[in-house]
Write a protein that binds this ligand. Structure first.
Ligand code: ZN
Length: 404
């Protein structure tokens, strides 16, 4: 493992590995539930070590990992397919369009990557309980990864979380507590729980290794493109941690001298859950007071990683845009029909954003690789698309009955 320290993304102070656990001890004092996190910690490696040791012929990804391999949970996470999708690209004017299908992780979402690393850290620390708040996917991911170990998962979810996700958590043996309230309420309660009753808090961005875990998707994209930096990556944005993780991957590669530019990050939010979009556009943060989107995984009033997501987008010369639920569900159908990849509404928001972008004056005009990140599997929430399709009635099993 490469030596590393934590650095506060606000004040720049550095801390050794076991000196801190969650937020910067100084800046974190200004944090209170209900505002975006402040004092989020970033892992800073000894990049000279990575630059010297990394070998493209035999890539050792543990060089980029802040928890020793011996503590990694025994479950396969990541290494999901990156597929070139020419049938989808045709109508969008992009000759090299790809989908990274992270719905093929064990619990069906990219969030397995964050849970994998936090569970590894809990094993290193000898802790036996991990606590999380989640709209569904992070909790399912935590439950699944914990199930491969002796660690217990305690999960607070808004009562509106889709059934399939709740089923996953319960079957994987987690203790599930639905909350009469929003994701933000569940988040606050989970912080109070770990403060007062113990356990390791896995909340996204609050625990710095969630961003490190999600970063692995960016490292894989680079390797799967033959160690090439894509021109742009489109990411659905809720709390802003996935886009922060994707950015960190390329920042690490650049700091290690392995690449010389960053991909543009294009963040797509649902129209009613647009706090980060407005923050990027105006420089002023305010909550999204009524996030009613059907894309539950990106439905957030107060994005925990709003500051980090904004930085990632600006540093990468990227942009943000918003899409309606109608556009998201259209994109979900389009992706399935043109690629065979069935992603949940939140994952389809990235494509909805690309469709909208390509019809605008800001359209991407590049022949280089453009990546759509499909963050979760469509089977996690079939209710939303079910409202728009009809399943044909059954007919007698004789040829004469077929209206074909
Ligand atoms: Zn600080």
């Amino acid at each position: 493992m490469t030596p590393f320290s934590y650095r506060c993304t606000d004040c720049g102070r550095s801390f050794s590995r076991d000196e801190v656990r969650y937020l910067c001890p100084e800046c974190g004092k200004a944090y209170r539930p209900g505002i975006p996190l402040v004092g989020v910690l970033e892992v800073v490696f000894d990049y000279a070590v990575i630059g010297r040791a990394f070998d493209r012929a035999r890539p050792d990804w543990n060089l980029f990992c802040p928890v020793e391999k011996e503590f990694h949970p025994p479950i396969q996470v990541g290494n999901t397919p990156l597929s070139r999708v020419d049938r989808l690209a045709d109508g969008l004017g992009l000759p090299s369009l790809w989908v990274k299908n992270d719905g093929l992780n064990p619990s069906g979402s990219l969030k397995d990557r964050a849970s994998f690393l936090v569970v590894a850290e809990a094993r290193r620390l000898g802790m036996d309980l991990i606590v999380a708040a989640s709209t569904g996917n992070a909790a399912s991911a935590l439950a699944a990864v914990c199930a491969a170990t002796d660690i217990k998962a305690l999960i607070f979810v808004p009562e509106t979380a889709p059934k399939a996700k709740l089923v996953q958590m319960v079957l994987c043996g987690a203790t599930v507590v639905p909350i009469q309230g929003t994701y933000d309420d569940a988040f606050t309660l989970s912080l109070e729980f770990t403060d007062q009753r113990g356990g390791l808090n896995r909340n996204t961005a609050y625990h710095p290794l969630t961003i490190e875990g999600k970063k692995t998707v960016g490292l894989e994209i680079w390797a799967q493109l033959g160690f090439q930096v894509p021109d742009a990556i489109l990411v659905s944005v809720g709390d802003g941690v996935i886009i922060g993780g994707v950015h960190k991957a390329f920042v690490d590669l650049q700091r290690a001298g392995l690449i010389d530019r960053l991909p543009r990050l294009i963040g797509v939010q649902a129209e009613t859950s647009d706090a980060i979009h407005r923050y990027v556009e105006t420089g002023q943060y305010s909550d999204a007071p009524n996030p009613t989107t059907r894309a539950d995984s990106i439905s957030v009033t107060c994005p925990s990683n709003a500051h980090g997501a904004r930085r990632a987008i600006l540093e990468s010369r990227g942009l943000t845009l918003t899409v309606t639920d109608e556009e998201i569900l259209d994109a979900q159908s389009l992706l399935a029909a043109r690629t065979g990849i069935f992603t949940e509404p939140a994952g389809a928001a990235a494509l909805a954003g690309l469709v909208k972008l390509q019809a605008s004056p800001n359209r991407l005009a590049t022949s280089g690789p453009v990546i759509l990140l499909a963050t979760g599997h469509g089977l996690k929430d079939v209710e939303a698309p079910l409202s728009r399709i009809s399943i044909p009635p059954a007919v007698a099993p004789v040829l004469a009955a077929l209206a074909l």
